[in-house]
Each structure stands twice: as C-alpha cells, then as structure tokens.
Design a protein around this ligand. Structure first.
Ligand code: NOJ
Length: 559
C-alpha cells in the first residue's frame, strides 16, 4: 500500500496536538458480565458507573461497552430491535446519560458498539420488509429469488462468518434473505440510500448524546458483491492472513468489498460533523493487514480511525513471531496511521488460558502491549487473569454454541480456540464474597463465576504489590506519563533481536527508550549499559541479565 504524504491530514504524531484516540488506552466492558447492581445476575449500566474509579485508577482512558439497546438478546445485544432505546435489563436512558457525564467528568472517553451491518429479525423494519415484496421497507434488507425449478435452492453458495449458510428462505416473500452472521441477524441493504441515511442518523443520535465514538461491529460485511458471484473453495476452516475463510470457503465475494472502504470514508464524514471533541471509529474486520488498512485510508480519503488487527490474538508467544508482527503492523499502518494491539475480546479465548496460566508471560505480554506503537485494548478481567471457564457446548447460552452443539465435546476441550463464547464471558471477579462480588448472594449470575475466584480477584490483587493487576497499573501509568510510549515512533532494534529476545526503541523528540523482552525460559544477557531502568516485570532481577520471561523498559540518553 502506498501511504500518502498526509492522510489524517491536520496533525502529525510529532505534534503535541496529536489526536486523543491515537494516544489512548481502551478497556472493553462486556456489560452483562461486569457488575450487577439490581440483583438480577446481569451486569448493568449503573454497574459501570460504580466501577469507573477502578478503571480510572488503573490508568485507562477509553471505555468500550458492548451493545445495550433493545434486543431479543439472542446474540446478547448484537441483534438490535430498536437503536434508540435501552434494553431495560441494562438500565434506562437517564442512567446512560449519567454514565456519559460521569465518564467525561473523569476525563475519560466512552465508545460503544454500533451494529450497522444487521438488525435482529425482530426489528420492526425487518418484520415489515419480510411481510411482502412491495411494502415500503421491501428493499431495506437483502432479498433474492432462489434458484432451481421451484426456486428453493439458495441464490449462491455463500457461507456466513458464523459458519452457517448465508441464506434463509422466507415463505411470505418466497425469497431468500441474506445474513453475514447468524440467520436471525439479517443484513441491512446499504445499496439503498434511505437505509444508509437512517443508519447515519442513528450514529448522529448517539454522538449528540456525547458518545466519543464507536466500535463498528463486523464492518467487513457491510457490502457484498451485487452480482452474487460464487465464493471459491479454500483448504482452511478458519481465517488466515491470506484469506477470510470459514469452513473451507473463502468469503471473497460477501466480505471486504471495495465499496466497504468507500463506506468507511462516508462514515468518517459523519463523525467529523462532531468536532469538539473529535470522535473515533474503530472497525472490526478480519483479513490481511494490507487489505484492511484500506478501511483507514483509501482513494485519497481518511476512513476509520483504526481497525482491529486480530493477528496478535493467536500469535505464538515467540520473539521472532512478535518481531515479524511488529514489522507487518509498521509496514501497513505507518504514521500517521496507527495499529491496534488486541489480544483478546468477548469472542475469543482468555489470554491467561492461551498462555498456559503463566502470570510471568501475562506480564510480559502487557509490557509489550502498552509499550509498542498502537492503541492497546484490554478485555475486562484480563488485568487480573480471569481464565477460560469450561462450559459444555450443550449448556451454552451463546448462539454460536447453540448452533454447534453437535460438535463432539472432546474436540472443543482440546482446542485453544473456543466455540462456546460463554467461556470467555463469565463475570468479573471483584472480591472473595459470594458470586465474586459480581452480584449479590441471593442473585444467580447469568453465567457461572470462575471457581478459583478466591485466589483471583481485584481486591486480593490490589493488596499484592507484584500482582498482575498492579503490573497492569504500573505499565499503563508509565505509558501515560511518557510521551515516547504513547506518541513516539517505533524502531525495531534488529541487531539486538534474537530467537529469544525482542527489542525496540520508542523515540519522541530528544527522548529515547528501549523495551527489551526475553520471551524464553532461559536467562539472557542485557547488553544495555548506562540506562535507567524504569520498569521490569521482575523487579528483583539482575542488572546485566534478563530473567526467563523478563521484560524491561529502559531510558537511554539523548536521541
Ligand atoms: C462480532 C461480535 O464481536 C460478535 O460478538 C457478534 O456475535 C457478531 N459480530 C455479530 O454481531
């Protein structure tokens, strides 16, 4: 990709006026599981308000909350039935407005999930659209005639991202309806200008309430090929760097269309109507970095401010692999673009479980995440090391688990990746009281709390100087206080990198810092002399040797 002289035109990162979202840190709150204040076993908006000081104290600036508007909750809010009102199980508009106010009074930002791609099939728009071929909303969703003599064969072979067939037959219209995710989440038709304007107005409605921006759910699916060309077969089951694959099909024609990049630039002009303060758009897309960087900049125009880079989630914990990943991120998201640093979310396995339960590795990963160039995202509870909680597929409340309940359990148990997303959505562990302090004793949490909550919880780790929680706090504060770490450039120290060591510099004006990570289980020489040690994952280490899995941030002389 050729990076133009000046996308994100007004400000370069060496300007102290760098935009807030490039320097920010994001904490993702899975609302249902964060903190319940009304004893129904489900987290709520008031619960976030009550925990804001916890997040502020850790040093996070931006909060991203999962969807909370009206929904039948078949995909826990990612199936919206009304974009303008709040689901009563989470609170009401007054409480939401209070949340915005409380967040801003702490100099923090609030971003939430905007599900533009699809609605619930219980949305009144869809009900109307599905009722006949000639109602006013007939063209609001994607409808096609079937093939074959009786029209009962789907229009093409497309699969949805969730693995199922992308087409569902509706007898009322005698047509097939397209869904990029699950069959109860019909895709809106963005070729229809009325739909586009309605959804842009949804964004404006919330921006007027003071929201600082959006995480754009499954933005990769916003357009599909209007010719409905068949998707080619693939050898893979899951997406790779090279292709967006699901269950042996490359989703080439129903995802990542050129028109979607153009859409990103249109949406950017909507949020740019709101200038004080500037708002942010962070897109969710799989796909290779070169391709998806076009969501941020295409055809001479700025698009989304950032796009999730999921490569890090499944990256083997190896110095060489991390170095390659950094090189890729820097290549496709050079300044003034910015990469994202994402290691977990509400769809994927918990970090600590991926790392085999190692707190040492979790600290090292946090050191990496908060010291390299990019926007770091923490999924709630990873700061204390909440593990994957095993919940059999057959007991799953998650729609993906329900869809896959036929999969033999032993296959899931032996896989690092989860199929039942309940396993990474279990409640926050606040203390050692009943239900880990997530809800009252008398309430039943909507998902079970991790069994070892007496050992792993916020209150306990607060009191332990070397806990994972206190390490997160230290590294986030160091990042916040050090311009080079939150807005400096990044140079990989190739001469110091080995199979075991990853080293890079962060530079801002005359200040230069080195971050060195020993990603192996043996000691390693630290060749850096005359440096000031600012932070180590192993505070009792030796000056000239790095302990197994030790990482350090060091200040060098003038650059
Ligand atoms: C991606 C979200 O992360 C996931 O949780 C959701 O189920 C799908 N999009 C569908 O909206």
């Amino acid at each position: 990709m050729v990076i133009p002289a000046n996308p994100e035109k007004s400000v370069s990162s060496h300007d102290s006026g760098m935009e807030w979202w490039k320097k920010t840190t994001v904490y993702q709150i899975y609302l249902r599981s964060f903190f319940d204040t009304n004893a129904d076993g489900i987290g709520d908006i008031q619960g976030i308000i009550e925990k804001l000081d916890y997040l502020k104290d850790l040093g996070y600036e931006t909060l991203w909350i999962s969807p909370f508007t009206q929904s039948p909750q078949r995909d826990f809010g990612y199936d919206i039935s009304d974009y303008h009102s709040i689901s009563p199980q989470y609170g009401d508009m007054e409480t939401f407005e209070k949340l915005v106010q409380e967040v801003h009074s702490r100099n923090m930002k609030l971003v939430f999930d905007l599900v533009l791609n699809h609605t619930s099939n219980e949305h009144s728009w869809f009900k109307e659209s599905a009722s006949s071929r000639n109602n006013p909303k007939a063209d609001w969703y994607i409808w096609k005639d079937g093939k074959g003599r009786n029209g009962m064969t789907p229009p093409n072979n497309w699969r949805a991202m969730a693995g199922n067939r992308a087409w569902t037959y509706y007898p009322e219209r005698r047509q097939f309806n397209y869904t990029a995710f699950l069959p109860f989440q019909p895709d809106l038709n963005y070729h229809n200008p009325e739909v586009k304007q309605t959804m842009f107005d949804v964004a404006r409605f919330w921006l007027n309430k003071g929201v600082d921006g959006f995480r754009l759910d499954i933005i990769s699916a916003i357009y599909e090929d209007p010719e409905l060309c068949r998707n080619p077969a693939s050898f893979r089951i899951t997406p790779s760097d090279k292709s967006l694959t699901i269950f042996f099909q490359n989703l080439k024609n129903n995802f990542l269309q050129a028109k979607s990049f153009e859409f990103a630039t249109e949406l950017r002009s909507v949020i740019d109507e709101f200038d004080h303060p500037k708002r942010v758009l962070i897109g969710e897309s799989h796909g290779n970095e070169e391709l998806i960087s076009q969501f941020c900049y295409s055809n001479g125009k700025n698009g989304l401010n950032a796009i999730f880079l999921f490569k890090a989630i499944s990256m083997p914990f190896k110095a060489e692999k991390y170095r390659e990943m950094l090189m890729t991120f820097e290549k496709h998201f050079p300044e003034p673009l910015i990469p994202t640093l994402v290691f977990a979310n509400h769809d994927r396995t918990r970090i600590i479980t991926r790392l085999g339960g190692s707190i040492e590795k979790a600290k090292l990963l946090a050191l990496f995440q908060f010291t390299c160039r990019g926007i770091p995202f923490t999924y709630f509870g990873d700061e204390i090391g909440i593990p994957r909680v095993r919940i059999p597929l057959r007991q799953g409340k998650d729609a993906i688990a329900i869809q896959h309940k036929w999969v033999p359990q032993f296959l899931v148990d032996n896989s690092v990746e989860i199929l039942n997303r309940d396993e990474c959505r279990t409640p926050m562990l606040w203390n050692e009281k009943a239900n880990a302090g997530f809800c009252t004793d008398s309430a039943e949490p909507w998902l079970p709390v991790a069994k070892n909550f007496k050992e792993i919880n916020v209150e306990k780790q607060r009191g332990e100087p070397h806990s994972l929680l206190n390490f997160y706090k230290k590294v986030i504060h160091l990042r916040n206080e050090t311009p080079a770490l939150h807005q400096g450039s990044l140079e990989i120290a190739h001469d110091l990198c080995t199979k075991r060591i990853l080293a890079y510099y962060r530079v801002y004006q005359a200040e230069k810092y080195m971050v060195m990570l020993n990603m192996s289980n043996s000691r390693a020489i630290n060749p850096m002399k005359d440096v000031e040690l600012l932070l180590s994952t192993h505070p009792q280490g030796e000056a000239h040797r790095l302990q197994p899995f030790e990482g350090r941030v060091m200040k060098l002389g003038s650059a």
